[in-house]
Design a protein around this ligand. Sequence first.
Ligand code: DGL
Length: 237
Amino acid sequence: MQNKIGIFDSGIGGITTYKEIKTLLPNESFIYYADTKNNPYGSKSKEELQQITKKIVQYFIKRNVKIIIIACNTATTNCIDYLRHEFKDITFIGTEPAIKVACDNNYKNILILATPTTINSERTHELIERNKKEYENCYLVACDGLAHAIEINDQNKIDELLNKYLTPYKSKNIDAIVLGCTHYPLIRYKIQSFFKNATLIDGNKGVANMVKKQLIVNNLLNKNNKITIEFIQTKKS
Ligand code: DGL
């Protein structure tokens, strides 16, 4: 099957997810859709995000993609149920805060970093509730503005925001940090410098495994030697 994999984010964050998938599935072709025009997603309402992501899915359908990866925690936690309902024939794989991975690895004092819209989503609270027997403390930090600062590569702003959001937790014996936004692995080393002994966890490997499984089960792996990677970016007017 020659059709491509469609993958999108509000910008460059989803590249961290794309890299994992590409490593696991080197023979696949991709269309990466960076929705820079609507960045940041993390301060938008669920309704706005549903309309934005619906348009992206319609675009991918026109391009005949075989599967759609939502390489964005904000869009996944707020829109995946809606999109699955609107587009029943499409297979969607989402990215959500890897709280379960942290709990499965027996971490007890977990810090979850994500955008405000992800932190406030029902889905994130459901994940926390579902795993509550496993951890001792789970701290939720809405890192307003951080993904956007990463997107525009504003290093001073990134440092200022990390100081503001992370310093209050330095005394809390944090042993795992869930990177609940696909932009955050891009500044991994900066986050790690606040918590030298903590393990940083993101959901990207899990997403890549899931994509592979779905392609195998549905007999959709690329059998052709021709591989193309297309990068599409919407721009602010
Ligand atoms: N990278 C996205 C996420 O995983 C969204 C960042 C944003 O646009 O606010 O949540």
